[in-house]
Design a binder for this molecule. Structure first.
Ligand SMILES: Nc1ncnc2c1ncn2[C@@H]1O[C@H](COP(=O)(O)OP(=O)(O)O)[C@@H](O)[C@H]1O
Ligand SMILES: [Mg+2]
Length: 300
């Protein structure tokens, strides 16, 4: 029920912290991070240690006309964790992600990244924010007239001065991370998205997000519309990216199997706030009927 205890990131990820530290140090020095200036835990002279809040919602109010979505909402996302947001349809889960990257603005309170108010960022700061905090949109939204390689390398081509060869190499690497690498799929770089299955499209969309080597990945309903085996595959991928790239992930889902598998912590959106935020074992043991009804599927 509380979000205040200063414990380190809970759950399986913390057992990997040694490996993770090594790998993120490695990925920090990679060409992509250099090209876009992203270093995990550092932002314009500010630092954030693993387990400390990197994104904070402080008393956030958000409404669309008379439709109040958030009232006095608080939530902290800790560096290195996977936080899953669950809650009924239409309650504001996607809005929460959009507030994080300044696609929507709060009328009251603050949404902060490294303590910096996202609502006050200018266009250039927002551009940088969206490279560091990368959203995988519901549905994927690939460019159908571009090859898969160009789709994956899109942000690098638009926002960095990396050359074609380097971009293609990053695209191939990113595709490999989602299990669609050219070693296994020799044609993939030149193919068009139309040849892909629904599950593969989601993975390419994910590869596109990780091509910029973000610090934080926001997943909006990553498994919706997938069969169980593809759901599992995406869920495993989310954990793998956390482990291998050291990314912080926020996952919006109403699929509890995915939630339990990927999360370090779970936050339940209810009544325009997040009254229940806890690590997985603690959350699963909450006996409040609001939580029980949700996780046992009596509401959605
Ligand atoms: N840009 C917008 N303008 C007006 N209303 C919106 C906008 N975006 C979302 N909403 C409304 O906010 C509520 C929460 O939406 P959303 O965050 O998409 O729900 P969900 O929890 O299903 O992701 C819904 O009632 C939706 O209609
Ligand atoms: Mg949504």
């Amino acid at each position: 029920m509380n979000d205040a205890k200063p414990s380190p990131v809970a759950g399986p990820a913390s057992t990997q912290s040694g490996v993770l530290a090594g790998v993120s140090a490695m990925s920090n020095s990679s060409g992509v991070r250099r090209a876009i200036g992203t270093t995990i835990g550092q932002y314009h002279g500010r630092t954030c240690a693993r387990g400390e809040p990197v994104i904070e919602f402080n008393a956030v109010d958000k409404a669309f006309g008379p439709n109040v979505i958030y009232r006095g909402m608080n939530l902290k996302v800790r560096l290195g964790e996977t936080l899953t947001i669950i809650g009924g349809s239409g309650q504001g889960k996607s809005v929460c992600l959009k507030l994080m990257i300044g696609l929507l603005h709060a009328e009251g309170g603050q949404v902060c990244y490294y303590g910096e108010d996202v609502g006050r960022m200018n266009a250039e700061q927002l551009r940088e924010l969206r490279m560091r905090v990368s959203m995988v949109f519901q549905g994927g939204a690939l460019f159908d007239s571009m090859t898969i390689a160009r789709n994956v390398g899109y942000a690098l081509r638009e926002h960095t001065d990396m050359g074609d060869a380097e971009i293609n190499q990053r695209a191939a690497e990113s595709l490999t991370l989602v299990g669609l690498g050219p070693d296994e799929y020799p044609e993939i770089m030149e193919q068009m998205p139309a040849v892909l299955s629904v599950g593969q499209r989601k993975r390419v969309a994910l590869a596109r997000s990780i091509a910029v080597r973000p610090e934080v990945i926001l997943y909006d309903e990553p498994t919706t519309g997938l069969d169980p085996s593809n759901c599992n595959r995406i869920a495993r991928m989310i954990r793998k990216l956390q482990r291998e790239l050291g990314v912080t992930s926020i996952v919006v889902t109403h699929d509890m199997t995915t939630a339990w598998y990927v999360s370090d912590r779970v936050a339940l959106l209810h009544n325009k706030q997040f009254p229940f935020v806890d690590d997985v074992p603690t959350f699963r043991a909450i006996d409040d009927p609001i939580v029980r009804d949700f996780i046992e599927g009596r509401t959605s």
